[in-house]
Each structure stands twice: as C-alpha cells, then as structure tokens.
Design a protein around this ligand. Structure first.
Ligand code: AVI
Length: 337
C-alpha cells in the first residue's frame, strides 16, 4: 500500500492518498472481469470520477431525489440532540464517503458548540471532492482541522484504526444511504470493519433510506431531467477515456427498476442494438445483444428493524433513530458495544 501525504499551506489540512497508486489498473481489471461475465456488470465505485462526482451532487438537488433533503431535514432539526446522544465528551468526526460534506456542517456546528476545536477526518474515493469540500470547510470554521483520506473505505478503515487518540471519542458517519449500495454481505463486512476501527463508547451514525412505494423510488433513480441517466452512462465515457474504448453513448440507455422482493432499486445500462465494442487498452472486444444489460448499481432500502439487526450482528448496540417529517428516511445511532 502506498501512502502519500500532501500538506497544504494551511497547517489545518492534510491529504493522505492510500492505495496501490495504480487505480487505472484496478479499473481495467474490474472492467475486464465485469464485461466478460455472463451477466455484465461494473462496480458502482467507478461512477465517481471528476464528472461523475459532480453529476452525483446534481442528483442530490433533483426534486425527485428526496433522500438528500430528507436527511438534511433530520440533521437540521436534531443535530444538537444527535451529537449529545453520540458523544459525552470531546470527539473527532470520521466520515466515510464524505462527498461534498454539505450535510456534515450541521454536525460540525453542533460539535463546535460543545468543544473548543474539532478534528474532521473525511474519507472519499474522489480526491477532487475531498479537496474542494475541505477548503470550503476550513474557510468557514477556523476551529476545524482536517485530515482527508483519498481511498476506498476498507483501505481507509485499516489505516484509521491506528489513528485514534486517547481521551477522544470517535463519531463515525456514514450518510446519504451509502450503506444501501452494498449487498447484505458487503454491509456486514463493512460495518464489522468499521467496528474494528472504533472503541467501546464510540458511536456510528448511519443515514439509511426507507422502504416505500416503487413509483417514488423509480422516479428518484430515473429523473425527468436525465441527470441520473448521465451519471450512469458516464461510465461508458470513462471507459472510452481511460481504457481507449469506443462506446457510443447514444446506443445505450439508462434503466432503473425496483425489486420489491429484495428491497432494492437496480440500475442498469441497456444496449439499444446488437453491437461490438473494442477496449484497446485491454485488448478486448465485447459483444452486446439488443436489450442486453450492464448492471451498475443496487440501492437497498431498509426498515428500522433490519438496520438494528445489522447493527447487533456487527458489534453495535442500536440506540436511537430519527426520521424526517414524511418518514422517508432514517438516521440511526449505533453505539460501539
Ligand atoms: C450514493 N448512493 C447512496 C446513491 C443511491 O441513492 O444509492 C447513488 C445513486 N445512484 C443513482 N442515484 C443515486
């Protein structure tokens, strides 16, 4: 694992890049594996290149994508109570998948009302998002310091386990229903790894979208402006750029369906005609039948009992849940037991 620390002029900010330093190679390997399987698929973590991260931020502003607004409402109305329930004494804030970190401000405000300074540790796959959001936060909050990790969750969690200082609680944040993008085994593995990073008395706050009518969910993942379609199809653009592929974006469409039995929205790209694509960097040709799909993401929806069960199975005690006024979204406090 290569760790590179970049400190900026401000001594309140450090960026750590963790990984093997060969991201394009792992993208290449995952694309080869995914596109040569019987059911073609691509891992959703590759959505988040520079454009994909911006498209996701745009999704969060869409009228149909209620998740961000519902979660912000919960945080706006309950941040003080949440922070008081999560930490009895000074705490650092570790956020997995921090993105733009806009909602995090409610918790930063609440923590800075209770303690003289705050160490914020955002983790995100996108270095660009980390830098942009960190610089904004540092300008707003003079009592904040930031150590940002550009890494995937598992790599960052391993590194973070060694960084907790004694006397300080850790509040870990996993917002935006990111938990829904794991399959059930993946969530358990992730929560267990997170638990290993925490000590008894630390807390985990998980934002999780709730089960609801399929039509509402489909609209949220197939919006009228086509932003989610662009977010999904941008994976083709990324393969064209990084793997010298020749996908014609116009020959694929975006599809979102709700699988009620499994409680998840399923996202796919659909080939609109028979076609053969060349990926020169992989020395690979991939054929598609008309209507053949590439599965790109699942977004699981939960009920509160299910979330509590997941917490108990991974070394946490479920303590409290907050809801938005329309009960679309939940915010869950789990104590590291
Ligand atoms: C990041 N994640 C929680 C989003 C979701 O709702 O599952 C990703 C997303 N995919 C399409 N729209 C949003």
């Amino acid at each position: 694992m290569v760790s590179q620390t970049v400190s900026t002029a401000s001594n309140r900010f450090a960026l750590r890049r963790l990984g093997d330093g060969r991201d394009s190679t792992s993208f290449a390997e995952d694309v080869r594996e995914g596109l040569t399987a019987r059911q073609k698929s691509l891992p959703p973590k590759y959505f988040y290149d520079a454009l994909g991260s911006q498209l996701f931020e745009a999704i969060c502003h869409l009228p149909e994508y209620y998740l961000t607004r519902a979660e912000s409402e919960i945080l706006r109305d309950n941040a003080d109570e949440i922070v008081a329930s999560a930490a009895g004494r000074p705490a650092r804030l570790v956020e997995l998948g921090s993105g733009s970190a806009e909602k995090t401000r409610y918790l930063i405000d609440a923590l800075l009302n209770r303690q003289p300074s705050l160490h914020y540790v955002p983790v995100d796959i996108s270095r660009v998002s980390l830098e942009r959001s960190s610089f904004e936060l540092l300008q707003i909050y003079p009592r904040l310091s930031i150590t940002a990790y550009a890494a995937d969750y598992f790599t960052a969690l391993k590194a973070l386990a060694e960084t907790a200082s004694s006397g300080e609680r850790t509040i870990a944040l996993f917002l935006g229903s990111n938990i829904g993008n794991f399959d059930p085994d993946g969530s358990r593995a992730f929560l267990s790894e997170l638990r290993r990073m925490l000590r008894p008395g630390d807390a985990l706050l998980v934002g999780a979208d709730l089960k609801k009518a399929g039509e509402v969910l489909i609209r949220a993942y197939d919006d009228a402006l086509g932003v989610t379609a662009a977010f999904n199809l941008n994976l083709l653009v990324r393969m064209n750029r990084e793997l010298e592929a020749n996908f014609d974006v116009a020959k694929f469409s975006h599809r979102a369906t709700y699988n009620q039995e499994l409680g998840r929205v399923e996202i796919r790209m659909v080939s609109l005609e028979p076609q053969t694509i060349r990926l020169r960097a992989l020395d690979l040709e991939v054929s598609f039948r008309e209507g053949e799909t590439i599965h790109t993401e699942n977004s699981y929806k939960f009920d509160v009992e299910q979330l509590a069960g997941m917490a108990r199975a991974t070394g946490f005690a479920p303590e409290r849940t907050w809801f938005d006024s329309a009960r679309r979204f939940s915010f869950n406090l789990f104590a590291a037991s």
